[in-house]
Design a protein around this ligand. Structure first.
Ligand SMILES: Nc1ncnc2c1ncn2[C@@H]1O[C@H](COP(=O)(O)OP(=O)(O)OP(=O)(O)O)[C@@H](O)[C@H]1O
Length: 241
């Protein structure tokens, strides 16, 4: 299998990371990571604990500035800032849920709609897409965790992003809920960057997968290529040992 860094992509469309490196003091969290998320594609990032997945996500969201390398959006330099992502057509969900406890489900998603300049009806449509419209008038606190996560996803989707960043969306979910989440992700019209531990979900929804180990890219390919890759098996067995 060949590595396919963003630098060699035949088109500059979409988000691209070029040789990104991040250091926290003496610790190298990311080292030479290149990746492209073309329009409409679902790209997964996996790796053992501490591999740098969340750091990569944080670089794209603008929470962490890369020490080396650069990002581009449609070929133009991108210096992400968390509060400017919506304007760029990028939405995200974070680990956990992060809903406003004092607002109903619908109001939570309306906040997202307003922020993105969408019409109010878009909020109900997003709830329907995520199959949680029946909870529109409930407060999040009383709802099952899986429902709250779907509401958070609806709040991200209401912006009708061109790129959706998902940070461990399967965390805390059961097998059936993860399967439903997979169906939802597969049906999305936007590009998706999925940072996730749950291999079955990643393998079932992603067009391509980047594998990190100790901050370095160790493989990049289709799910079937990744399944057969020895370096990937080594990274995971090493982590389990
Ligand atoms: N703000 C920070 N300051 C110092 N070190 C950090 C910081 N954030 C992450 N790290 C370190 O960087 C490395 C990569 O961490 P990161 O959270 O990106 O990995 P991960 O692949 O998301 O792990 P996990 O699967 O456990 O969430 C780890 O060694 C971590 O301890």
């Amino acid at each position: 299998m060949t590595m396919s860094p963003a630098d060699s992509a035949d088109t500059a469309e979409g988000l691209a990371l070029h040789q990104i490196g991040v250091r926290f003091g003496g610790l190298v969290a990311l080292d030479g990571v290149s990746l492209r998320v073309p329009p409409g594609r679902t790209v997964g990032v996996i790796g053992p604990n501490g591999a740098g997945k969340t750091t990569l996500f944080n670089v794209i969201c603008g929470f962490v500035a890369p020490t080396t390398g650069a990002l581009t959006l449609d070929g133009r330099p991108l210096r992400p800032r968390p509060h400017r992502l919506a304007r760029l057509g990028i939405a995200r969900t974070l680990q956990g849920v992060g809903l406003f406890a004092g607002m109903t489900v619908l109001e939570n998603v309306m906040v997202g709609a307003e922020h993105a300049g969408q019409r109010p009806e878009a909020a109900r449509e997003a709830l329907e897409r995520c199959d949680v419209a029946s909870h529109a008038h409930a407060l999040p606190g009383g709802l099952p965790y899986a429902v709250r996560k779907r509401v958070a996803l609806a709040r991200a989707l209401v912006a009708q992003p061109r790129l959706l960043l998902l940070d461990e969306p399967a965390g805390g979910l059961g097998a059936d809920e993860i399967a439903q989440l997979g169906e939802l992700i597969t049906g999305l019209p936007c590009a998706v960057l999925l940072v996730e531990h749950h291999m079955d979900l990643v393998m079932s929804v992603c067009d391509e997968i980047l594998v990190l180990d100790f901050g370095k890219p160790v493989a990049h390919g289709t799910p079937s290529e990744i399944r057969m890759n020895e370096a990937v098996a080594d990274a995971y067995l090493g982590a389990a040992a």
